[in-house]
Design a protein around this ligand. Structure first.
Ligand code: ZN
Ligand code: ZN
Length: 359
């Protein structure tokens, strides 16, 4: 019985007129054959799956990999070309966003003249964008672990606490609870630094009157989480409060509009149009969200440039923000899974305006 994940590859082969596909992207390898190591290759044809790796990963591959054949190579390119020739493949697709230019040149130079290596990009974008039950559980598990760690360290978020110190404590709390790794460098951006959408934690001391944006996540069983809260340290400037309420309403409109069949660019517009109408359009300069799973950022992209449509069991973030230079910023981020009727949040921290009493 063929796995539904491989079926997606067979459809890709058919649509692109290929007789085989070479996967080398780590996330795709894990997704398609279960390999969690950092270096290997999977050849998929409608009849065969061949996994290749080097000496370091042979024991691991025999434990993890679902493939008809596991082959050891000394040099990746030579090993791959040997299998390609043995299978008699002539039109082989490869991941244009993963393989380096050198790797492709090398594959081409080692292959026979009858072999064509064909770059594939957009056909791969839908490979992992719709999640299965196992993946949804893994993502929800990561999100819930990260949220519990956040709640544990929240009391440390007080005037005088260094952004970097809070980020460190949050990372430790996630790791202590079993996370494999933080999903990305934790963002703690307080006061004026809140205007930096990717303000990685600095040595700035958090102060009374600051809004603090904390964007964090972890990796658990290979899957990531991603959530952002913005909190007030004591009473904040009314303008900051206003932008908070604007972002919150934009988020509400976007979440409300998510259902299968809706264009992702229209979901972006639901949030963006509201922020523009409130006069802050110039201060929301990034897309509304991104897909997430085995990678923190994966397809689909939720932005005005997106041409995909929401499908049941897609998982992506909704993260509107407003960033006012010299003043501060707000971002609120949730992870959602598209359901038959709408969407379900996988992140659970409260998002209403919250003032931490400045003890
Ligand atoms: Zn984030
Ligand atoms: Zn994000």
């Amino acid at each position: 019985m063929t796995s539904p994940r491989l079926q997606k590859v067979y459809r890709l082969l058919e649509n692109a007129g290929l007789d085989g596909f070479l996967f080398m992207n780590r996330a795709n390898l894990r997704y398609l054959c279960g390999f969690t190591g950092s270096s290997g290759a999977l050849l998929v044809t409608p009849r065969e799956t061949v996994f290749l790796t080097d000496f370091r990963y042979m024991i691991q591959a025999h434990k993890e990999v679902r493939a008809q054949k596991i082959v050891r190579y000394r040099m990746a390119t030579e090993g791959i070309v040997e299998q390609v020739e043995a299978l008699g493949l002539q039109r082989i697709g490869f991941e244009s966003e993963t393989l380096t230019y050198d790797q492709v040149l090398h594959l081409r130079s080692k292959s026979s003249d009858a072999c064509q290596w064909i770059a594939e990009t957009s056909g791969l974008h839908t490979l992992r964008s719709v999640k299965d039950a196992e993946e949804l559980a893994a993502i929800a598990g990561a999100a819930s672990l990260a949220a519990a760690a956040f709640e544990e360290v929240l009391p440390l978020l007080r005037p005088g606490c260094r952004e970097r110190e809070f980020a460190f404590e949050l990372e430790l709390a996630m790791r202590r609870r079993g996370a494999e790794e933080k999903a990305f460098d934790i963002i703690v951006a307080s006061g004026c630094r809140g205007a930096l959408p990717h303000g990685t934690a600095s040595d700035k001391l958090i102060a009374r009157g600051d809004l603090v944006t904390i964007d964090f996540g972890c990796r658990l069983n290979g899957y990531h989480s991603d959530e952002t809260v913005t909190l007030a340290i004591g009473t904040v400037d009314p303008q900051l409060r206003r932008i908070y309420e604007t972002v919150l309403e934009a988020r509400h409109r976007a979440l409300d509009g998510i259902r299968p069949g809706v264009a992702l660019r229209d979901i972006d517009a639901l949030a963006r149009d509201y922020i523009v109408a409130q006069g802050y359009g110039d201060y929301f300069g990034h897309g509304l969200g991104h897909g997430l799973g085995l990678e923190v950022h994966e397809k689909p992209t939720i932005s005005s440039l997106s041409d995909a449509v929401a499908e049941e069991n897609m998982v992506f973030t909704v993260e509107p923000g407003i960033y006012l230079p010299e003043r501060g910023g707000v971002r609120i981020e949730d992870l959602v899974c598209v359901t038959a009727e709408g969407c379900r949040r996988l992140t659970r921290l409260p998002k209403d305006f919250q003032i931490l009493s400045a003890a």
